[in-house]
Structure formats: C-alpha cells, structure tokens
Design a protein around this ligand. Structure first.
Ligand SMILES: NC(=O)c1ccc[n+]([C@@H]2O[C@H](COP(=O)([O-])OP(=O)(O)OC[C@H]3O[C@@H](n4cnc5c(N)ncnc54)[C@H](O)[C@@H]3O)[C@@H](O)[C@H]2O)c1
Length: 254
C-alpha cells in the first residue's frame, strides 16, 4: 500500500528535541513515503542526534529565520539534497520572557516574537518558492488558536494572530502559483517551546475538562498527523485554512 506522501519531498523546520511537533511530523511524513530534509536552529549536532531517531536518515541544514544570509541561501543549500520540494513545514516560534507579560511587554520583545513566529512564515515560504513552484506544493505551519485571548500567552498570542494572517496573505498571493498555505491549530503539548511559557500548566488545564475528543499533553501525534494530512494531496483546494487539532476545545462555549 502506498503512503499518503509517497514520492514527495518535504522540508521540515523546527526539530529541536524528540518532543518537537516537527520531529513527529517528519517521522510520520517518512512513514508515509516522503523524503525529508530538516532545518535546525543553533545546536546542529544535537539536532543531528535527534534526526538519527527518525525511521530514515534526514540531512540537517542550518536555518535561523532571523539571519537574512541563511534565508537567502536556503534554496541553494536544500538543492544539495533535493532538486525540488512538494511541501514545507513551518514549526518555529519564539517569544522572549518579556513577551509573556501583556501590559509590561516592550516593543523589542514583541518585535522578536512577531519576526521569529510570524514574519518567518513569509520569509521561509518565499525562500523555498523556487523549489516549490515547478510542481506546486503545500506549506503548513503551527498555531495556537489566536481567535481568543488565553491566560499567560500574551504577546505570543498576538504573534500567532499575525502568523494566522500571514498564512492567509500567502495563500492569496501564491494560490495561482500552485502553492497552498494552511495552519494546524494544535492544543497544548509539552515541548521545549511550552516550557518557556510561564503558566503553561494553568493554560493547559483548560484541556482537562473542555476537550470532547480528549487531549494528551504528551502526545504530539495528532497534531503531526494533521500537518501530514495538509501536506498530502487530500486537501487539493484548501488554502488559507486553519485546521484545529485540539480535541475540540476551540468550539466549546464552556
Ligand atoms: N507546544 C504547544 O503547546 C504548541 C501548541 C500549538 C502550537 N505550537 C506551535 O508548534 C510549533 C513548534 O513548537 P513545539 O511545541 O514543537 O516546540 P519546539 O520547542 O520543539 O519547537 C520550536 C522550534 O522553533 C525553533 N526556533 C526558535 N527560534 C528560531 C529561529 N530564530 N530560527 C529557526 N528556528 C527557530 C526552535 O529551534 C525549535 O525547533 C511552534 O510554532 C509552536 O508555537 C505549539
């Protein structure tokens, strides 16, 4: 039986530990037949070690989305491993500690949060366009539902609202060039990014009693499967969409 991503080539950003949503997206993509190239931020030897836990070997390319040199040379460096891409996973977010205090948040912290977590979706997608365009493709990012205000999430919530809007504008501008752009709005997961959110446990408690389909903070599989589904050919006319993979919390009133 052929896999959902058989013959596809996918660039996956955002692997830093084996709890990263990106790690599980890469794993499931490989299980579904894709060839995967990873990008890593900073600790490349650590990320290469984590990549070694994937079912198949995957090269790791360095990418700091705030480094214009990295972004400008990305396509050429990906070409050392594959001559085209069918999909790109954006699994990148960062907010400095000051971003998690709304009324005290300073612009420098907000600017960093928006640049790394939202503008980077545009930077990454445009950098990959030369590789995506010949055959068309799917860009998938990860958000934490920014339609509402959450405890403690503060300026990261604003950055996620910017990410959601960025995804819609990319979808608008790249549709006619054969590129779709969608997001998975995941429920809370105990990753490294989650550890840097003060009050994450309080935020996550909502999922104890409001998720009709159930939720496990230690299981990135559902979110990663959502990513792989959006990378596949099974959403051919879906773009600018946000698919909630959150146990149903987003639609509960109380
Ligand atoms: N964990 C959750 O509760 C949760 C819920 C919904 C959405 N998300 C989103 O999922 C995505 C992945 O997060 P995760 O939970 O897997 O955590 P993670 O810590 O494993 O991944 C975050 C990644 O962002 C990367 N990153 C940070 N700054 C970067 C930069 N300047 N350039 C390139 N990469 C950079 C980190 O290296 C890391 O790999 C993020 O967008 C996050 O907001 C997470």
């Amino acid at each position: 039986m052929s896999g959902l991503l058989e013959g596809k080539r996918i660039l996956v950003t955002g692997v830093v530990t084996d709890a990263s949503i990106a790690f599980h997206a890469a794993r499931i993509a490989q299980e579904e037949g894709a060839e995967v190239v990873l990008t890593g931020f900073g600790r490349l030897s650590l990320i290469e070690r984590i990549a070694g836990k994937l079912p198949e070997p995957a090269p790791v390319i360095e990418l700091d989305v705030t480094d214009q040199g990295h972004v400008d040379t990305l396509a050429d460096r990906v070409r050392e491993h594959t001559d085209s891409l069918d999909g790109v996973v954006h699994s990148i977010a960062y907010g400095p500690p000051g971003a998690f205090s709304f009324l005290d948040g300073e612009w420098a912290d907000v600017a960093t949060s928006v640049q790394v977590s939202a503008y980077s979706l545009k930077a990454l997608t445009v950098a990959c366009l030369p590789l995506l365009e010949p055959r068309g493709g799917s860009v998938v990012g990860l958000t934490f539902d920014a339609a509402v205000a959450w405890p403690h999430y503060d300026w990261m919530g604003v950055a996620k609202a910017a990410l959601e809007s960025t995804s819609r504008y990319l979808a608008r501008d790249l549709g006619e060039r054969g590129v779709r752009c969608n997001l998975v709005a995941a429920g809370p997961l105990r990753s490294m990014a989650a550890k840097s959110i003060p009050g994450f446990s309080e935020l996550a408690q909502v999922w104890d009693h409001r998720a009709p389909a159930g939720w496990d903070l230690t299981d990135p599989d559902p979110a990663a499967r959502g990513v792989v589904a959006l990378l596949s050919d099974f959403f051919p006319r879906t773009t600018g969409e946000i698919v909630h993979v959150d146990g149903g919390v987003h639609m509960m009133g109380a």
